[in-house]
Design a protein around this ligand. Structure first.
Ligand SMILES: [Zn+2]
Length: 257
């Protein structure tokens, strides 16, 4: 099974070989939900059976070897951020970027086509989880997160490592001209936008890769899964493929406990 450079030897999760702290991108495999959520749907907010989702979260947490299911916020396709401390976020907390320097505290973002982006700043022992769809990418969520690690903890981008998890890619993501226009600020728009049968197609992973490099990460520290959620129905959920009844994946990271 081709899984980019990411290691899928453990059922249910994908790991990035270059990221040297606990982390796990979920797949749709190994859970208990039934179609269309089969089987490792992690979203309580879906119309899936709540008890099954909670069991899926338990399975994921165990396979990821986290102490608890990751801390998440209500994602709104923006670039506002939350710093996770030991206490939980207040109910209804919104934001698409989470940072923490609390050892053992997993933080994560839900996705089903958007990019789950994980960052590790080893020099200051801090991590970040970022949700970047086309709107977040247009707002340069990757750079906002890198800057937040710098400003909050004093991290050096040249030391950071990034993992870009499974998302929809250029093979499967036709976008309108307004989305193509929103990518004009990228370092190399032509590398992530292609014309195919008179439609633009956008590669969100390449766009985020460019933004991380522009934010100061060395190219060799930016790990790209290359996995397309829309192509890989066997492995991943895709909102574009499955619609409103799509399950949700998570990408999450923690410092060692
Ligand atoms: Zn595809």
């Amino acid at each position: 099974m081709p899984t980019g450079g990411f290691d899928a030897t453990r059922e249910s999760i994908l790991r990035c070989p270059g990221l040297r702290v606990p982390h796990a991108f979920s797949t749709r495999q190994g859970g208990v939900s039934e179609s269309p959520f089969a089987s490792l749907n992690l979203a309580v907010a879906s119309s899936d059976d709540r008890e099954k989702v909670l069991e899926n979260r338990r399975i994921y947490t165990e396979r990821a070897a986290f102490g608890a299911f990751p801390r998440t916020a209500h994602q709104v396709h923006g670039v506002s951020l939350n710093v996770a401390e030991s206490a939980p976020f207040p109910a209804g907390t919104q934001g698409d970027i989470i940072l923490t320097n609390v050892p053992g505290l997993a933080i994560g973002v839900f996705v089903a086509d958007c990019v789950p982006l994980l960052l590790h700043a080893p020099d200051v022992a801090a991590v970040a989880a970022i949700h970047a769809g086309w709107r977040g990418t247009a707002l340069n969520a990757a750079r906002v997160a890198v800057a937040a690690l710098q400003e909050t903890y004093g991290a050096d981008p040249r030391r950071m490592t990034a993992a870009i998890g499974p998302s929809i890619k250029g093979c499967c993501y036709p976008v309108g001209p307004e989305v193509a226009d929103a990518m004009a600020g990228l370092p190399d728009p032509g590398a992530c936008l292609k014309i195919d049968q008179d439609r633009w197609k956008l590669d969100l992973q390449e766009a985020n890769r460019q933004q991380l490099e522009a934010a100061g990460l060395p190219a060799e520290n930016v790990n790209v899964s290359g996995l397309c959620t829309h192509c890989r129905e066997d492995l991943l959920f895709s909102y574009r493929r499955e619609g409103a009844r799509s399950g949700r994946l998570i990408g999450a990271i923690a410092l060692p406990a």
